[in-house]
Design a protein around this ligand. Sequence first.
Ligand code: FE2
Ligand code: FE2
Length: 391
Amino acid sequence: MAMQYKILTHHPLVPSSSSPSSSHHHLLPLRRHNHRTPAISAVETTLTHRQPPPKTSPEKAEIFKSLQGWAKEQMLPLMKPVDECWQPHDFLPDPTQPSDVFLEQVMELRERTVGLPDEYFVVLVGDMVTEDAIPTYQTMLNTLDGVRDETGMDPGPWATWIRAWTAEENRHGDLLRSYMYLSGRVDMLMVERTVQYLIRAGMDSGTDKNGYMGFVYTSFQERATTISHGNTARLAKLGGDPTLARVCGTIAADEKRHEAAYQRVVEMLLEVDPAGSVVAIADMMRRRITMPAGLMHDGRDNRLFAHYSAVAQRLGVYTAGDYADILEYLIRRRRLEKVEGLTADAKEAQEFVCELPHRIRKLPERAEEQAKKKKPNMAQFSWIFNRGVLV
Ligand SMILES: [Fe+2]
Ligand SMILES: [Fe+2]
């Protein structure tokens, strides 16, 4: 039966609102649904499409099982051996040095961050909190049929990848956290509470246990984090902290390598099952690629995520334009317009995806027009001792 459901293609950083027929994708407690940043809610549009069918299917799980040899050859080499990996230690003052040397290094770090504005730290904290919810993302990958780690130390290549990926990602939050702790610029108690709230809340990426959709999500998401860490690196350099720039740039490079692995998976799926893959891409895009930390909360600000994402948008760290750019890049890279041998459903999906960037592009323009009419808004962030930042 054809059903109508609401599609939100507004700012990717902003959690989706609910509609009765998209209840599978509730990302936020109801209390937050009506509190979206006005400038961003202006880029929301409602499109109607056929309700996608249920996503779990045994055939898809079988495809991942049949690709185990491929994953071993094509995915696992993209993981670096631990001894060749950077560690947070490489970027931080060295506590094994004599006290005066260590303290001197700490003082240098603190002096370097003096020129960075509060709003920069708001974005950096938001990014760090997002990284620190790594247990949630490992859980998410382990929901995917045919891919999940069945025992906790499953020796298969998919499960091996999930654990190795988690272990690499785990360093990101660690490094950002230690750096900010030593800078003295943020209220660590509130940051730590936010992390705890976020891990408690979890997330639903809308992938429905479907590995196709899971890898469509991760390939998009890793590219989004490459862009956002790349931008915090650029801003750190401009603000006078080349070491922090190197920190963010090094994390961005990890994200890029992870993205490369996830792109390979989606490209492989397009080869072995073009119709199923195109439909999965469309379904994922209809649900939108939501940022994983949509449920962040500090116990105070019920609009914390919206406020954080508004600052990220304003500083150009991650914007609605980036969302459209990523999608356009993926369409081009996967030659989605040229995929042949599709079923009627898949053709419809192909058309939807290929037109989507154009539709999304129109939305920021509308938001900008609306924003011009509004007075600037301030939001207080507990992370920076309740000081206000323009949102
Ligand atoms: Fe990361
Ligand atoms: Fe990542």
